[in-house]
Design a protein around this ligand. Sequence first.
Ligand code: CUA
Length: 336
Amino acid sequence: MPPGIRKTGTRPGLKVALYTTISLAAGCGGPQSALDPAGVAAEQIAALFWWMFAAAVLIWLVVIGIAVYATAIEPRSHAHRTGQLLIIIGGAVFPSVVLAILLVFTLPMLPVLKASPEPGLQVEVSGEQWWWRVRYLTGAGEAVELANEVRLPVGTPVEFILTSPDVIHSFWIPALGGKMDMIPGRVTRLTLEPTRTGTYNGVCAEYCGSAHALMKFMVRVMEPAAFREWLAAQAAPAAGPRDAAAAAGREAFMANGCGSCHTIRGTAADGALGPDLTHVGSRMTLGAGILANEAGEFLAWLRGPGHIKPGVRMPAFDMLPERDLEALAAYLESLQ
Ligand code: CUA
């Protein structure tokens, strides 16, 4: 081969390899990465991934090595027997050995991933179109309902009791463990044990309709004492309006029928179609992980939720006077 060809051929190849490695490595971290585990099950899954990845790289190198040998180093016809041996060893014996090793390695992992140790906490999550209804079971049949946010105490196995009223969703917190389908008419269960405090993303991992990609939820793993404090605050009814704007907003909320779809505990609003708004102002995001939690975003959502989340079931309230919308936004934002 002329030396020039090799030179120009290597550089773009090297660049592509570099860019690929960098972008792949960038995807290995962050709040939504299964390869940056923060839970017992996720650690097992990440370990399995890296073992499989290493084995795949090794096999790829061997195959490429053989291809280079056959095309560049010894580009001549080989004996019939050599070819046969290569097919038997490379095509049958080697894959069987590799798959057997993988089986031996992964089978003991299954009980760990499936196990439901005595859960320290039970959380019901229902996949809605397109948000997450979250209910903490606090004993004595009582439940605290919120939406699009899950907070967990670190080091405690948590059992998620999963369902859906209409379409199939899949509940997935990549940093904590595997995913589990939410199937209408059925209850599925998933136990996760967070090992590290922090904020992670949860996503829907099953195509469920027009806003499938717009139903995220936030997961915050906290120290147990902080978690108990948070849950107690969530269980409390909403505080009264803190100022005149919020008071006007509460009036507008009640007057315009918002309470037939939404609950605000401590008020007459007790609708169950949409998210519970008792402490909506304290949540990390709005609209299931797509908006920042601030008055301006509440306002945009009230005016036209369908522009922000196509297919959303909440109607637009752009027929209300601007003054009412602003008061509503101020009231909702004040529900800490
Ligand atoms: Cu819910 Cu995809």
